[in-house]
Design a protein. Structure first.
Length: 160
């Protein structure tokens, strides 16, 4: 089975593009689709590069098998999936969500991508993230409880 996503109508709205891409990937996982066709159009190639950057995120790369650029039509990409049992289990576990934390320095709410399932299996994670608003380094301690609720604690990332 195959899904198709045409990005022409929303080519200049990056938020809508991100939502459409996330939606089609979620639907492909849910329905165990083997191929997703993404139409970016020929244009300048900027939209195609944005889609490839989106697909290059680590949490997404573990979900699909490969990305194919159409040799006959430069304005389209194919995302291929293989749904063996083991890969399906990994894909469901690897689906990440955005969680928010508050910057220790300026109090700005910032989003970070996490996977509650991975946190439950592997334990708490520590990660350094720079606040996009003030530029301060935040040392995040990210954990998940048994119900899958994610908890993020932000502290100063400056060395003392």
């Amino acid at each position: 089975m195959k899904l198709k996503l045409d990005l022409h109508p929303i080519y200049n709205d990056s938020r809508a593009i991100d939502l459409a891409l996330r939606g089609i990937m979620d639907e492909a996982i849910e329905k165990r689709i083997t191929e997703v066709e993404i139409i970016t159009g020929i244009g300048s190639g900027q939209l195609k590069r944005a889609v490839l950057r989106f697909l290059d995120q680590p949490e997404l790369k573990s979900i699909y098998h490969r990305v194919e650029k159409d040799g006959d039509n430069w304005g389209r990409l194919f995302v291929h999936f293989r749904w063996e049992r083991l890969q399906m289990a990994k894909a469901v576990a690897a689906v990440a969500e955005k969680e928010n934390y508050v910057c220790f320095c300026c109090g700005t709410e910032v989003s970070v991508v996490v996977s509650a399932v991975t946190l439950q299996e592997e334990g708490p994670e520590t990660r350094m993230v720079e606040c996009p608003s003030c530029g301060s380094p935040n040392r995040l301690t990210i954990s998940a409880n048994r119900q899958g609720q994610v908890k993020i604690l932000a502290a100063s990332g400056y060395e003392s």
